[in-house]
Design a protein around this ligand. Structure first.
Ligand SMILES: Cc1cc2nc3c(=O)[nH]c(=O)nc-3n(C[C@H](O)[C@H](O)[C@H](O)COP(=O)(O)OP(=O)(O)OC[C@H]3O[C@@H](n4cnc5c(N)ncnc54)[C@H](O)[C@@H]3O)c2cc1C
Length: 497
């Protein structure tokens, strides 16, 4: 095939791998000489705390990507990744002009902030006569690829999933090979032949990432997947128990594209077709990811970058959430894991200490914030956005709107998770709770789920004083439940029981 561009520029964003990368494949096939760049985008970084696990994860992943690009270029030490620190809106057009490329290639990003950034970059490139090509890479099916028979986007999961499965064939899961086109990888110009900057060089401090079982980069993704596949058949039985190694822990890799979603979907699909129930359930989770991505694309009122989106079901915007100092105090107790409800508190400690929280606990803590504390789900959405390594606007918004009942296909508003029942069911021996709340260890496990129900003699035997060693509950479950049903009464018409 005749290559249309003498020189191209591959702009990596949330696709930090060389293998099975749709945009890189396209870029290599269409450019006789291809440069590769990643921008540490100050428009994003400036809003982050100076120590952020995600920045460290990206930095470590770039080191591996850089090595991999050089390997693909036959070991040429001059090849590899150009890494820039600045605003992508100006740096990409500047670099594209400096390198004399005719086209820039990138994987498509569906978040509103990214869409605005890409529109600016596209405009600036067009002014210089340079094209911007984007490719679907982040999801299996995007935007309007899976529609109802009436040609409308889906707002209910199960029919979406069925349509997704009907549409799925080998074409959509085919890997994009890069090895055979790698000869196009160009040496970096002298001025850009530098190693990936250190965290300090971009103004960040190290986090505890290296102490966590989260291995960055495509190698980390490979190892995480290899660890999960032998467990996949049991996924359905184990995934709800936070003390058990049940889920895949691949979310951060999906977030930053250190793994290909096509590769994961292909593995899950093959095993599901061979009869694995665990793989079938896990494949559904990947479909949920696509589902929420298309909700964000097709119903953009649900979210904005700042976490000020609207309810999918507009009627839910009429709910009066707690306000003022009272709400702020409840919210702080939730964020800091001191609500007095052990499962909720342990989950928040897991989030704060590791940047990851088990899915069952995301549901429990999100429900607790809006349906026990009466705090606006958007506050929680924003807090998760700051803390989660795998933060993804579409999935996070979808999860929050599900828990608060304001979303499409959400749980009904009158279904209120009982944190003690959840605790007894999904952490029966309190193993997970005690990992994060060791001060409760001397209580008999049955009492750990609700320490305020322990008799004074049990508390004394455990050397535990509620309010001193562990908080008394910030709200009473029954009272909170009644208040929530009252609060949600405004949506009754929109959402009859
Ligand atoms: C309130 C709330 C907020 C959430 N925020 C995020 C978020 O910001 N980013 C994120 O990736 N997931 C989010 N989730 C979904 C889910 O909790 C995580 O994807 C999952 O816990 C990640 O762990 P894992 O990779 O081991 O998942 P596994 O159970 O192994 O699932 C495999 C993959 O499927 C996808 N997935 C699983 N469950 C969901 C789901 N409910 N919705 C969408 N995709 C899903 C993820 O990409 C995940 O990595 C949220 C859920 C809730 C209830």
């Amino acid at each position: 095939m005749e290559k249309p561009y003498a020189a191209g520029l591959m702009w990596f964003r949330r696709d930090l791998r060389a293998h099975d990368n749709a945009a890189l494949h396209q870029a290599l096939r269409h450019s006789r000489q291809l440069h590769c760049v990643f921008v540490f985008d100050t428009d994003i970084l400036e809003a982050l705390p100076r120590a952020d696990r995600r920045v460290e994860f990206i930095r470590e992943s770039l080191v591996q990507l850089d090595e991999e690009l050089r390997r693909l270029a036959g070991g040429d030490p001059a090849a590899g990744l150009i890494v820039v620190h600045g605003s992508a809106r100006t740096e990409i057009p500047k670099l594209a002009r400096q390198l004399g490329v005719q086209s820039v290639f990138a994987s498509r990003d569906y978040e509103p902030g990214a869409i605005a950034r890409d529109a600016k970059v596209r405009g600036a490139l067009a002014d210089a006569g340079i094209a911007l090509h984007d490719a679907k890479d982040q999801v299996v099916f995007e935007r309007e690829e899976v529609l109802t028979q009436a040609g409308q986007p889906f707002s209910v999961f199960t029919p979406y999933k069925n349509a997704w499965l009907r549409k799925l064939d080998a074409f959509y899961l085919k890997p994009y090979p890069v090895e055979r086109h790698a000869a196009a990888l160009a040496p970096r110009p002298d001025a850009h032949r530098r190693p990936v900057p250190t965290l300090a060089e971009i103004g960040f401090a190290p986090t505890n990432l290296a102490q966590l079982p989260i291995a960055p980069g495509w190698r980390g993704a490979d190892a995480t997947l290899a660890d999960f596949l032998p467990r996949i058949d049991r996924y359905g039985d184990t995934r709800d128990f936070p003390a058990v190694k049940g889920p895949s822990y691949l979310s951060v890799h999906l977030r930053f594209g250190t793994v290909s979603v096509r590769q994961l979907a292909a593995q899950a699909h093959a095993r599901a077709q061979a009869g694995s129930e665990g793989a079938t359930t896990w494949r559904n989770e990947l479909v949920w990811r696509d589902f929420y991505a298309q909700v964000l694309a097709n119903f953009p009122h649900v979210a904005d970058e700042a976490g000020n989106g609207h309810s999918f079901r507009r009627a839910y915007d009429a709910i009066h959430w707690e306000r003022g100092a009272h709400a702020k105090a409840l919210f702080a107790a939730w964020c800091e894991g001191r609500t007095g409800y052990p499962l909720v508190d342990a989950a928040m400690h897991q989030l704060n200490q590791t940047g990851w929280m088990h899915n069952r606990l995301r549901m429990v803590t999100a429900s607790f914030l809006c349906k026990h504390l009466g705090v606006d789900w958007r506050w929680g959405e924003r807090y998760f956005a700051q803390q989660l390594n795998d933060y993804d606007l579409a999935s996070n918004n979808g999860g929050w709107q599900w828990a608060s009942s304001s979303g499409c296909d959400a749980q009904p508003y009158f279904r209120i998770f009982n944190p003690m029942t959840q605790s007894r069911k999904f952490d029966p021996d309190a193993k997970f709770i005690l990992r994060y709340l060791p001060q409760l260890a001397k209580l008999p496990p049955a009492l750990v789920h609700a320490p305020w129900e322990a008799r004074p003699v049990d508390l004394e035997a455990a050397g535990l004083v509620l309010g001193r060693d562990y908080p008394a509950p910030v709200v009473d479950h029954d009272a909170a439940r009644a208040a929530t049903l009252q609060r949600y009464a405004v949506v009754k018409q929109a959402d009859p029981a």
